[in-house]
Design a protein around this ligand. Structure first.
Ligand SMILES: Cc1cc2nc3c(=O)[nH]c(=O)nc-3n(C[C@H](O)[C@H](O)[C@H](O)COP(=O)(O)O)c2cc1C
Length: 447
């Protein structure tokens, strides 16, 4: 009998939680955010509750308002290697930018993580939205949005060929014959393109998953087309069921146009839950965190996401919608559009908008008892809006424990989430097939 369609749940770890003021809260763990055992323990909790993966964002810049908020970024692949040694099943997804890295090195890093974790690596592919990043990589300016995606497409062609450059049976490792590898099954990739020239092959054999799972975060028109062509899981931000349903249907339709099975793409919106035994208690908990918001930080975040500088404006006055330039550089990024939609839909004051964004930078923030959270998750899952969620606890570790101990059992009881792992790789957890090598049966090998 076909097993019932099951949710995928990732634990998206921000050092002390996703609420921008979490570091100021009495439950905060900011004193542990450079301690490897802290992250190993968080991942072990996620594994104990049978989550699909832990997920780490990344950005090659220091937020220019670190004065008011914890915005450390440990390099996620390094961190996941340490987590791999302390876990056996939980998937390990790291964000890395196609704009500010080189394909050969990135292919090595993720191949190593997939080998060392016995097949649990996933790569969240981003093109980087922070313009400041260019200053750290010798570029005169941040490449335009469409150019970032053009580079990203070529980038994916290169790393896919590198991860496939050793056929699965290239490794012989026969001390008797003295043959370590069958070089007729190891292939140069000889890539020469607009952005990259890479000969290859990779200097490590094909990994347990063949390639890391391709996750992607970017929901603009370019981002959607990119996701439909390459992504196996998509992290996305939606405030409403209708917006998530439109995105979900569009991606699955575009995937068919690339002759891909829509079931081989998991769409995972972010959800940031404030959980308590009653609605009043949950609202009070959210207010407690929002009371710690510092406008200087929030307005700097808003400026980064919309290009608007609102210093000097009355926080309790209406948001100056007329100042937003929807055609400018920000106009193409999906997060910008999401914020404009909130403003047009809810007509918030400036203070109300920054409170809306404080929870999780524009992701879905929901407060209520466990049953309400589970009901909403089930509604999105069963009504064409999500295949699962990136769970973004407002604070850690308590925010995760509440979700795992109070919401997951309800989802499990409803038959919506696994009781145990059926396999040990990230592809097993997501129900994704292992890709054959592009070179299987190829004629040319390394000269
Ligand atoms: C849900 C989501 C999460 C993202 N996370 C990151 C991240 O961790 N690091 C980063 O540099 N960019 C991140 N981005 C930005 C995009 O990857 C990318 O940089 C792009 O400019 C924005 O994509 P879009 O315009 O196609 O939506 C994220 C975007 C989305 C939609």
């Amino acid at each position: 009998m076909m097993s019932k369609r099951q949710l995928s749940l990732n634990f998206f770890i921000y050092p002390d939680g996703h609420h921008e003021a979490a570091w100021r809260h009495k439950a905060s763990t900011t004193d542990r955010i450079l301690d490897v055992t802290y992250y190993q323990e968080l991942a072990q909790r996620a594994e104990a509750h049978k989550f699909d993966a832990v997920f780490f964002a990344d950005g090659p810049v220091l937020s220019d308002n670190v004065r008011y908020a914890q915005r450390f970024r440990l390099e996620p692949i390094t961190l996941l290697a340490a987590i791999a040694s302390a876990t056996t099943h939980i998937g390990l997804i790291a964000t890395a930018s196609t704009t500010y890295t080189e394909p050969y090195n990135l292919a090595r890093l993720f191949a190593s993580l997939d080998h060392l974790s016995r097949g649990r690596a996933g790569w969240n592919i981003v093109t980087t939205s922070s313009p400041q990043a260019a200053q750290n990589f010798g570029l005169p300016e941040h490449p335009p949005h469409h150019e970032r995606y053009e580079r990203a497409r070529e980038y994916l062609d290169v790393v896919t060929a590198l991860w496939d450059s050793w056929e699965d049976d290239a490794l012989v490792n026969d001390p008797v014959s003295g043959i370590f590898a069958d070089t007729s099954k190891i292939h140069a990739i000889d890539h020469i393109g607009k952005y990259f020239r890479v000969r290859g092959p990779l200097n490590v054999s094909r990994t347990p998953q063949g390639r890391p799972v391709y996750v992607q975060a970017g929901s603009s028109e370019d981002g959607r087309a990119f996701a439909a062509r390459f992504a196996e899981a998509i992290f996305t931000a939606h405030q409403t069921l209708a917006s998530a349903q439109e995105f979900y249907a569009d991606i699955k339709r575009q995937a068919r146009a690339f002759d891909r099975s829509p079931d081989q793409i998991k769409i995972l919106p972010g959800i940031s839950p404030f959980i308590a035994s009653t609605q009043a208690e949950a609202d009070r908990l959210q207010d407690e965190f929002n009371a710690l918001i510092q406008p200087e930080f929030s307005l700097a975040q808003l400026r980064q996401m919309t290009g608007l500088d609102l210093a000097g404006f009355d926080l309790d006055g209406p948001f100056p919608r007329h100042l937003i330039d929807t055609d400018g550089a920000h106009g193409v990024a999906s997060r910008f559009k999401l914020i404009v939609d909130i403003i047009d839909r809810e007509k918030p004051t400036i203070r109300q908008l920054v409170q809306r964004l404080a929870g999780a930078r524009g992701h879905w923030v929901i407060a209520g008892p466990p049953e309400k959270i589970a009901d909403n998750i089930q509604t999105w899952f069963e009504n064409g809006a999500a295949d699962g969620f990136n769970v973004m606890p407002p604070w850690l570790p308590g925010g995760f424990d509440l979700f795992a101990e109070q919401v997951v059992p309800i989802l499990r009881k409803r038959g919506l989430f696994r009781r145990d792992y059926a396999g040990s790789s990230l592809r097993d957890h997501y129900g994704l097939s292992r890709p054959a090598s592009l070179f299987s049966g190829a004629v040319r090998a390394i000269a």
